[in-house]
Design a protein around this ligand. Sequence first.
Ligand code: AMP
Length: 211
Amino acid sequence: MLVVFLGPPGSGKGTQARIISAQMGLKHVSTGDMLREVSKSASPLGRKLSEYLEKGELVNDDLVNQIVAEFLAKPEYKNGFILDGFPRTLAQAKFLEEIYTGSYKVIHFKIDVEKLKHRVEGRFNCLDCGEIYNKYNTLIKEGECNKCHGSNFQYRADDNVDSLVTRITKFEEQIVQILEFYNERNRLSVVNADEAIENVTKQIVSAVKNG
Ligand code: AMP
């Protein structure tokens, strides 16, 4: 089973993907994480990608489609996974429909965009266990991860106001067509992403299980 998470930056996709992944035994695939990994390399592709990422610009469809297709073909993803951050354009949604023949569901994280800036600004994550911190999930002890007690933290270069505004605007431009596409195919469930973390998780589990 493939579960697609659609939502603007800061809507909680990453946090929920980690929870649902553990609860339902689905692997978590984030195109943002994949691209950030490739962008660290000193190759021309790596340098080009880091420019896009820092500005919050979308990476071109062909490149992202190719990366996702490679993941879908791997045997370890045969039993299903959560796709977080893809599709971000109608062309990507059409591509996924073509290459993925199994069953899949799409969860739309609906949230008032005005609230997103507060969620994303100052966001950082633990490099050891992946826990995401922001104004709603803060460190209990300064410098120590609540979950794994590690002390390796990372801020994202693209979590600044300019980049965030670009990313939210791009999301809003594309999402209407994508939602229409999935609605027509009866794949779409909408969750209220503005609720407490555990309530959002409940909504997602129910949508995935019951459709
Ligand atoms: P995320 O971690 O999902 O917020 O993604 C971080 C950045 O990676 C985005 O701002 C884009 O620059 C790039 N990116 C991630 N997924 C995609 C995608 N499906 N299509 C194009 N660019 C993407």
